[in-house]
Ligand binder design. Structure first.
Ligand code: NAG
Ligand code: NAG
Ligand code: NAG
Ligand code: NAG
Ligand code: NAG
Length: 235
């Protein structure tokens, strides 16, 4: 028995070094993400907003794929910590400065669990009042400014109707709206909606149209202006 202890410890160290346990449990798939761009965006003070929106969009896309296969809106709380760790490690490996996770509010403003006012499944989102408007107006392709704006307004309308009072819930419900919608669609359409929804046109792949405006800052319609401005304020 004693003979084997050194071997056992050696093996344990080997395992610990090569398979950090925290990395193992995140069910999100980031194979479609390219975090190289995040590195340059996040290293530039002036691109802070784009940096955070870009990271959030990539997380949201992987959550939408997860929702497609599980019908669950995001990673369950017991797996959230390991997922946040996995993503931070990925970002760091790609040269994203560590302070980005702090200024983007990674884990709070950029969550991996998208529970929105008690809604934890795709069905609960799709069947809630006014979501049909979102589905109807966010049909692809949204590469056109007018279509993207209609989709966003339907999204703001839905969120406004939920009666949300704080920024964190608002951004989580916005992400949940996207994930529920995109979980029904293929990858190309998901990217298309993400570009519009998160104001990262051109960052997720070749832009459909070279000068599609970012609708994040100044295209809020009056009745929904408050929800829209508040959303723009954070992410
Ligand atoms: C990731 O994006 C960068 C910059 O946009 C690009 O140069 C690189 O080829 C991409 N990598 C992959 C694997 O797509
Ligand atoms: C992040 O930290 C680096 C130094 O580590 C600093 O140069 C950079 O300005 C910081 N970025 C932001 C957006 O604060
Ligand atoms: C979290 O819960 C899910 C389902 O209940 C389970 O499959 C998964 O292994 C759990 N993860 C951890 C880290 O306990
Ligand atoms: C999952 O996505 C595929 C397209 O990639 C779609 O055909 C399918 O209906 C989706 N499944 C669910 C349950 O939404
Ligand atoms: C929401 O975010 C905005 C902009 O960041 C901030 O001014 C406001 O105080 C926040 N409101 C709440 C309720 O957190």
């Amino acid at each position: 028995m004693l003979c084997c202890l050194p071997f056992f410890f050696g093996f344990a160290v080997f395992l610990g070094m090569h398979f950090p346990p925290l990395m193992a449990d995140c069910p999100l798939d980031f194979s479609a993400s390219n975090f190289t761009l995040a590195s340059s965006l996040c290293s530039n003070q002036g691109d802070r907003g784009n940096c955070c929106r870009y990271i959030n969009a990539n997380v949201a896309i992987s959550v939408a794929r997860f929702a497609n296969s599980t019908s669950i809106l995001g990673v369950p709380p017991n797996d959230s910590v390991s997922c946040l760790q996995t993503i931070s490690d990925k970002l760091q490996l790609n040269g994203v400065p560590q302070n980005a996770t702090a200024f983007c509010g990674f884990g709070t403003k950029i969550p991996v669990n998208y529970e929105c006012k008690g809604r934890t499944s795709v069905m609960q989102m799709l069947q809630s009042p006014r979501f049909a408007e979102v589905t109807k107006n966010c049909k692809v392709s949204l590469g056109e400014e007018r279509k993207c704006r209609k989709c966003l307004n339907a999204g703001f309308g839905y969120l406004h109707h939920l009666g949300i009072n704080d920024n964190i819930t608002l951004s989580t419900c916005r992400d949940a709206t996207f994930a529920a919608l995109a979980s029904q669609l293929d990858h190309q359409s998901t990217t298309d909606i993400a570009s519009c929804f998160f104001g990262v046109q051109g960052l997720l792949g070749p832009p459909d149209s070279p000068h599609l405006p970012t609708l994040i800052s100044n295209d809020c319609k009056i009745p929904l202006w408050l929800a829209c401005q508040r959303m723009n304020g954070k992410l």
